[in-house]
Design a protein around this ligand. Structure first.
Ligand code: DAH
Length: 355
């Protein structure tokens, strides 16, 4: 009886092996497995017949069938594992994404030409003891005009078209208000520069923008003279343009300086002989400056009998255009990424809460 059973079990095992050899997918293996191992399958029916066997062989028969069942189950499981591993291997061979490759190179942040020039000037000025200060872009009439010797109704107010706020405040039209703020805050002697954005109610064109950058300079001490002013102006320009720069002073009117000057530099394109860039004059107007007006010193709580000083207003945007050959100011303010140049080192100038 048991021999007969062993033979039937062997047949089932052979059948399992044959089915496994034929099955090429996990799904096919599952189907073959349920066909053999299910209740309706050969093993199921053998188990079902155990009850009809004589009692003394029942235990042994049951054991045999269960052992066979376990072996066949193992065969199916091994076949499934082998197929799964092969599928995994193939999938990873086909995978084009390699997580170990270095990522794409993201361009490093770079510096706007105006910022680059600003940092350069900060660096130069820091070397001769100037510190960087800030000031608010939203200013009062007092600091933007009054304290700078431009009283209400003064015609000089028309020199700078102003964006007025309804509360009487304004968007600063120049960085000069930082002069009096610095005097009040630091007291004499002082050497400061104040770079920043300024605003004018202007129609925009290639050389005019309603928002641009200036850098104010102010040096106050005992015995400061025009000679000091010229020396510092020459130094800045020589360092920025990396060559010796010839300068000349012409009288210029600004209410907050007396005397006031327009400082011209010899045209670097033609060397002074005259070309379209310098409008055939050989000179380029670059730096308005002058000796600080006594009234302005007084606004800054400084005694004009004891102290004198010079001030200048460098047009940073204009300087950047000249240095980097930008013909249209709108290119600098438009957010056009082509205007952005390579990163440069941040200046090492001492900075007092610059905005
Ligand atoms: N604040 C003036 C402007 O924006 C420029 C200027 C002129 C500044 C003479 C100065 C100076 O410090 O001395 O038009």
């Amino acid at each position: 009886m048991l021999e007969q059973l062993a033979e039937q079990l062997k047949k089932v095992k052979d059948e399992a092996e044959r089915l496994l050899a034929e099955s090429k997918t996990i799904e096919a293996i599952r189907q073959a497995e349920s066909r053999l191992m299910g209740k309706q399958g050969p093993l199921g029916s053998l188990l079902g017949q155990i009850g009809k066997l004589p009692a003394e062989v029942r235990g042994a028969a049951g054991k045999e069938i269960n052992q066979a069942k376990a072996r066949i189950t193992e065969l199916f499981a091994a076949a499934k594992t082998a197929l799964e591993q092969a599928a995994d291997k193939q999938a990873s061979a086909e995978q084009t994404f390699d997580p170990t490759l270095p990522g794409p190179v993201v361009p490093r942040g770079s510096v706007h030409p105006v910022t680059a020039v600003q940092w350069e000037v900060e660096e130069i000025m820091a070397r001769i003891g100037f510190v960087v200060v800030g000031g608010p872009e939203l200013e009062t009439d007092y600091y933007n005009f009054e304290a700078l010797n431009i009283p209400a109704m003064h015609p000089a107010r028309d020199m700078q078209d102003t964006f007025w706020l309804t509360n009487g405040w304004l968007l600063r039209t120049h960085t000069s208000p930082c002069q009096v703020r610095a005097m009040l805050r630091l007291g004499p002697p002082l050497s400061i520069i104040a770079p920043g954005r300024v605003f004018r109610y202007e129609t925009e064109d290639a050389s005019h923008a309603n928002t641009f950058h200036q850098l104010e300079g102010l040096m106050i001490d005992r015995h400061i003279s025009i000679a000091n002013l010229i020396a510092v102006m020459k130094l800045i320009l020589t360092e920025i343009f990396h060559r010796d720069i010839k300068v000349r002073l012409r009288p210029g009117y600004f209410p907050f300086v007396e005397p006031g000057f327009e400082l011209d530099m010899q045209c670097g394109i033609c060397g002074g002989s005259g070309c379209p860039t310098c409008k055939r004059s050989g000179w380029i107007e670059i730096l308005p400056c002058g000796m600080v007006h006594p009234n302005v010193l007084r606004s800054g709580n400084i005694d004009p009998h004891e102290y004198t000083g010079f001030a200048f207003g460098l047009g940073l945007t204009r300087l950047a255009m000249m240095k980097y050959g930008v013909a249209d100011i709108r290119g600098l303010n438009s957010g056009d990424l082509r205007a952005i140049i390579r990163p440069e080192q941040r200046s090492g100038a001492a900075i007092i809460d610059k905005d």
